[in-house]
Design a protein around this ligand. Sequence first.
Ligand code: AGP
Length: 607
Amino acid sequence: MCGIVGYIGQRNACPILINGLKRLEYRGYDSAGVALINSSGEINIYKTKGKVADLECFMHNKPTDGHTGIAHTRWATHGEPNRVNAHPHYSSSEKIALIHNGIIENYSPLRQMLIQNGYEFKSTTDTEVLVQLIEYVRVSEGVGLLPAVQIALSRVVGSYAIAIIERSNPGRIIAARKSSPLVVGIGDNEYFIASDVSAIIEHTSSVTYINDEEIAVVDLKEGLKVVNLSNEELLPVVVKLDLTLSQLEKCGYEHFMLKEIFEQPQTIFDSIRGRINLEGTNVALSGIIDNRERFRNARRIIIVACGTSWHSALIGEHILESLCRIPVEVEYASEFRYRNPVIYPDDIVIAISQSGETADTLAAVELAKERGAFVYGICNAVGSSISRAAHSGSYIHVGPEIGVASTKAFTGQITVLIMMALALAEPIRSDIVRELNKIPGKIEEILRTNDSICELSNSLADAKGFIYLGRGLNYPVALEGALKLKEITYTHAEGYPAAEMKHGPIALVEEGVPVIVIATDSSVYDKVISNIQEIKARRGRVIAVVTRGDTQVVNLADSVIEVPSTIEYLNPLLSVIPLQLLAYHIAVNKGLDVDQPRNLAKSVTVE
Ligand code: AGP
């Protein structure tokens, strides 16, 4: 959840670190800090509550020289978000400084042990325990920093991506990882450490991903060395990144979320490019080509995911079962991992994750592998932990998603799930393949109605609560629409299968309560009309997403938003777009921080 960045080289570290933090700010934004080793070999730490911009103000006119430094943007887990709890943390002697993403689960007994040994703590964080532990090992066992880090890490339980600097060795940064992402960028006699490549892409495209329980030592004299906790040297694999800076910038849009909503015609095109043909006769997903028989013979498919990715999993379940007749179950990764699930060796576990770093989904992947299942990853972030842990998989190829509220990743995930189902279906459904090619153009048509959705949002900004309804494939879309609204407008919203209303939630409906109904043309269209009647009978305010040319719902609903007609299986790719725009405009209307909503972080690397 937190973002970490480090620099060592010939340049001034501070601007590089601050810029890196800004790119990582989507990972956490309740406090931020920097530690720099100055020319006299002292470590200066500057930290503050708030965002990176607040840190910049705080550092104004303060000495920020130094060619070695580490920096952090925090999403609080242990200890409230304030200046004292912000990272970096010093060790007691202030000779060592450390930044950390993750959770040290056994911090409490370690803290007690350190207190008994005379250590004092300034913060209430688990991170300060780790830096003190490293110093304690270094002093009590009389070892150098690297062995001290190795010993200390072997005593901690939990997850970490850390970067450490030490006063006595200003030309070196030590970084380590377990269950939290970490990448080392390699420049011209300079090195970068980061939680993800977005922090360093403008400086280098050569990177090496650090694996669990590995330690990277970047030393200006000795270069990059990767070792494990037992000090065995490992060969770092250097890869070239295929990422451009413009993908990380707003490019004239007011917010990343709006940019990402508007990118969807292109991102879906990118996702299908080279994988399906115009004639509709071929779907070539290499992960499926390589494992076709395994999928066809699978006893079950279990899809594990969280949040928005879990919603796309529900759509995948519907399509895979319907087109391929393979039984599919969808599980919250966080529940799956803790309930001792039955997993057969001939099950396939599909893990869906935009970031590829979600702790619960990653743990579910590990559990599935332990139990002998084949794991297929559907990720966006190339080189991410889940994509590397899976046996095979498909990237969604929608480019970096910066807005905390997921939009283009959702449609990218659905696109890949549809292509998987099409690649496995027999005979091939050419009609769907051909129609999938038309989806980017149809999304463009919806985006042209942005102004009228913005206008509609003006009348909804003061509503206290929303209900979202859909049936069949549009039920997960209702869940997703409600989640988008909750995340960025802080307004209560519930998504329901439309027919469930009468089993309880309809009690919430009274005059003027906004009920967003996804009522596009489908096999359950008539049923949805009955559900709309039930809402209208209780004077609810119905806002319906309908297929262009609709003649029935338009006469019942208070407002309608039209989307082009498509094949039922592809409906979610269109019907979710107005819901994304609606949530966006309501949030803007309320003057809220759309890209960095309160309490959230983009990449949930703690459980
Ligand atoms: C979506 O808008 C959310 N921010 C969140 O629910 C997200 O989808 C969830 O945390 C899963 O993330 P992942 O896809 O990166 O695993």
